[in-house]
Design a protein around this ligand. Structure first.
Ligand SMILES: *[C@@H]1O[C@H](CO)[C@@H](O)[C@H](O)[C@H]1NC(C)=O
Ligand SMILES: *[C@@H]1O[C@H](CO)[C@@H](O)[C@H](O)[C@H]1NC(C)=O
Ligand SMILES: *[C@@H]1O[C@H](CO)[C@@H](O)[C@H](O)[C@H]1NC(C)=O
Ligand SMILES: *[C@@H]1O[C@H](CO)[C@@H](O)[C@H](O)[C@H]1NC(C)=O
Ligand SMILES: *[C@@H]1O[C@H](CO)[C@@H](O)[C@H](O)[C@H]1NC(C)=O
Ligand SMILES: *[C@@H]1O[C@H](CO)[C@@H](O)[C@H](O)[C@H]1NC(C)=O
Ligand SMILES: *[C@@H]1O[C@H](CO)[C@@H](O)[C@H](O)[C@H]1NC(C)=O
Length: 425
């Protein structure tokens, strides 16, 4: 059963609330709910590309965007702060992904954003495999019933932060079922991982040396983080994953406190001596617009409160957060033709570039030796060096200069250049 699906397919959103505001209206879109399990309803929001170089939107790829957390909805942060057609005051965003691609935001997993369960006995997901299953169920209905015109359109699944893990689980489920059940739902082309939390320990292992080398802590601070890091590894070895994650939170909380609020998402961001990371500044704003203007415009009648981060989903997934899924990345590389595009802002402390390089180097796949040998090239845009890239077969990695955790927020033109190189060539 599909719940509260909007009947009008091609609406001009925000026309009503656009009055007096420049540059909005005209972005065609569709949205609705798909029930992925009994009483578990997943919200999706599709924007058709506004690209005028093609006669039909199906001539451009479809990007599926998954947010992290776990517990953060794509419909808010990713859409209004990063890549969607409007900013959070509903003005047109220059360089939105929608300029060149169709974009589908999914509030995932169920329990996040506008997605909800209609029966309190319905379980929230507890691990990555369940996330992959629900996303698969969602997408099966989306592409066969809601938007079959995307059946042959190239599809790229993007995930940011913890969303990178979810994107990987989704692609893993899609490719496994393609093989085992011989169903090919779609024309899956790629998986894009931005500051993706694929192998948490690779990130945590760099906290102590990074903090010391950046001058954020002294030797005493280094020792404190280093000891906690060792404890985390011991807890993981004992399979006490939730405690391991708690200890990781102890490190980041302690670091925030000791450094008077260094922004772990972008070490160059202006720090606030209240020691609350900047990202939380958006919470009241987003909870306001998403539960009022946006909700009314979309006519969301479900009994659901949009939250910046879904605590219940976070709690339910907590034991899974610290687990590595590099073996799933390996399987995708080993057994499919899916291109994997990894990118990281070098100013991200939390999901640091050093950690990403570390798990990429550790991958066991047919390109492993060549990966070590491959040299990196510069990513140049308008004569400015914006980053570096390295490529072997279907794996490519970009390190982006002057960017933190959410690379599109800091360097949208550079991300667009990466999209041009990887998705349109
Ligand atoms: C909003 O959705 C409800 C059903 O959920 C429907 O009855 C109503 O007509 C819709 N309103 C508009 C303006 O589309
Ligand atoms: C949205 O864009 C408009 C026009 O560029 C700008 O005036 C406004 O400050 C932006 N809003 C936010 C929240 O960034
Ligand atoms: C766009 O392409 C789709 C899928 O190929 C097709 O069903 C649809 O009719 C096309 N629309 C237009 C306006 O040509
Ligand atoms: C510091 O953070 C607090 C809490 O998020 C906020 O109210 C305040 O405006 C911030 N101050 C500056 C200077 O950014
Ligand atoms: C809406 O949900 C809240 C909390 O989940 C519940 O307490 C309330 O009874 C629900 N309201 C309706 C009209 O179902
Ligand atoms: C992928 O292939 C490599 C050999 O090229 C192998 O060592 C590795 O175990 C494989 N990974 C998985 C998850 O099967
Ligand atoms: C790696 O580079 C070395 C030295 O250039 C070369 O001898 C070797 O064959 C290369 N190995 C692979 C797997 O490309």
């Amino acid at each position: 059963m599909s719940v509260a699906r909007v009947v009008l397919l091609h609406l001009f959103l925000f026309v009503a609330c656009a009055q007096g505001r420049k540059g909005i209206g005209g972005t065609e879109q569709d949205w609705g709910y798909i029930t992925v399990r009994p009483s578990a309803h997943m919200f999706w929001w599709l924007y058709y590309t506004t690209c005028t170089d093609v006669s039909n939107y199906t001539d451009r790829p479809l990007i599926i965007w998954l947010q992290g957390g776990p517990g953060m909805p794509s419909s808010g942060y990713g859409n209004f702060l990063e890549i969607g057609p409007h900013n959070s005051s509903f003005y047109k965003r220059e360089g939105s992904f929608v300029d060149n691609f169709n974009v589908l935001f999914v509030d995932n997993p169920v329990g996040v954003g506008y997605s909800y369960v209609s029966d309190s006995a319905t379980k929230l997901v507890t691990n990555g495999a369940e996330i992959g299953e629900d996303l698969y169920s969602f997408f099966k209905v989306f592409i066969t019933e809601r938007h079959p015109e995307f059946k042959n359109v190239p599809i790229y699944v993007f995930g940011e932060s913890y969303g990178g893990k979810m994107a990987t689980e989704f692609v893993y489920a899609l490719t496994q079922k393609r093989k085992s059940e011989k169903v090919n739902l779609c024309n899956l082309k790629g998986l894009a991982l931005g500051a993706a939390y694929i192998s948490p320990m690779d990130y945590v292992n760099h906290y102590a040396p990074l903090a010391l080398n950046l001058g954020l802590v002294d030797k005493r601070g280094f020792t404190r983080i280093d000891e906690l890091t060792k404890q985390i590894q011991v807890l993981i070895n004992k399979k006490e994953f939730e405690k391991a994650h708690d200890t990781q939170n102890t490190i980041t909380d302690w670091l925030c406190f000791e450094t008077f609020g260094i922004d772990l998402y972008n070490i160059l961001a202006k720090t606030n001596a209240t020691r609350i990371p900047q990202v939380w500044d958006y919470k009241p704003l987003f909870e306001n617009i998403m539960n009022n203007e946006v909700r009314e415009t979309l006519n969301i009648t479900a009994n659901v409160t949009w939250k910046f981060v879904g605590d219940d989903v976070y709690k339910s997934l907590k034991p899974d957060v610290i687990k590595s899924i590099t073996h799933k990345v390996e399987t995708i590389l080993n057994t499919t033709d899916v291109k994997i595009i990894v990118y990281n802002g070098i100013l991200d402390f939390l999901v640091n570039t050093a950690g990403t390089i570390s798990w990429l180097d550790g991958l066991k796949w047919q390109g492993r030796e060549r990966w070590f040998n491959a040299s990196q090239s510069a990513l140049i845009l308008d004569e400015v060096t914006e980053g570096y890239s390295k490529r072997v077969d279907n794996l490519v990695f970009y390190a982006v200069l002057r960017a933190g955790h959410s690379v599109p927020i800091d360097k949208l033109p550079v991300v667009n250049e990466i999209l041009r190189l990887e998705l349109l060539n």
